[in-house]
Design a protein around this ligand. Structure first.
Ligand SMILES: Nc1ncnc2c1ncn2[C@@H]1O[C@H](COP(=O)(O)OP(=O)(O)OP(=O)(O)O)[C@@H](O)[C@H]1O
Ligand SMILES: [Mg+2]
Length: 227
């Protein structure tokens, strides 16, 4: 049987703070089908980014099980998680997270080079062409507009053949029109790569472009957790 792109069962996340333990996620079940786009909405502080960090293997759950592309993340060590992330997941953040001392081309090529791909620069160039940045290859992030930086981040997320795209408020720092362009591009590339997409957004209209919406409140999914 085909596996889910993401399958979370009974996930809790409790982190220490000065004021004592904080229960950030309090029993989350979520399945995302392969090729599906799911919109994650919910108030500030409800746990959306924390959820994304767990799925990306950047944070460890306190309890529960997490499978991504049919692989359990729970018992992987840090090295194995990093490898898994590199091969399977593309992450797109609100604040782009590009390396400031590297050109657009280098930013996209670097994960491929880490992976030992021999034609990393050529692939990176192709991906940047694809997002309309063929004429900005040697620009540094500081020399790119916000929308252009987000295009680089999308090219990077897709360059290594990720089958799962995780986007956290990807248009949060962009004007409406640029944001719309970025989202169109994201959905287009998702289709082309037959990838799954988990999109966190405060924008209900944007969430509605996804196949399904899950609503997070106070560390729980209160609606939309079943396909
Ligand atoms: N490292 C941490 N230690 C303790 N508490 C944390 C930590 N990281 C996040 N939190 C708390 O967990 C809760 C959920 O945070 P999270 O970033 O997941 O919210 P969010 O839904 O993404 O909010 P926003 O829409 O504002 O981005 C918040 O109350 C936050 O203060
Ligand atoms: Mg957040």
């Amino acid at each position: 049987m085909a596996h889910h792109a993401v399958s979370l069962q009974h996930i809790t996340l409790t982190l220490p703070s000065r004021a004592g333990a904080v229960e950030i996620l309090r029993g989350v079940d979520l399945s995302v089908n392969t090729g599906e786009a799911i919109g994650i909405v919910g108030p500030s502080g409800s746990g959306k980014t924390s959820l994304l960090m767990l799925i990306a293997g950047l944070e460890r759950a306190t309890s529960g099980t997490i499978e991504v592309a049919g692989v359990s993340l729970i018992d992987k060590n840090e090295d194995a998680l990093a490898r898994f992330r590199r091969d399977t997941i593309g992450i797109i953040f609100q604040s782009f997270h590009l390396i400031p001392t590297m050109t657009a081309l280098e930013n996209v090529a670097i994960p491929l080079e880490f992976k030992g791909v021999s034609n990393a620069l050529q692939i990176a160039k192709d991906k940047l062409d694809r997002v309309g940045l063929g004429h900005r290859l040697t620009h540094y992030p500081g020399q790119l507009s916000g929308g252009e930086q987000q295009r680089v981040a999308i090219a990077r997320a897709l360059a290594s053949g990720a089958s799962l795209l995780l986007a956290d408020e990807p248009t949060g720092n962009l004007d409406q029109e640029t944001g719309d362009q970025i989202i169109n591009l994201l959905f287009e590339l998702k289709e082309q790569h037959a990838a799954s997409l988990l999109l966190i957004t405060h924008d209900r209209a944007l969430a509605r472009r996804c196949d399904r919406i899950a609503e997070v409140r106070d560390g729980r999914i209160i609606s939309g957790n079943h396909p």
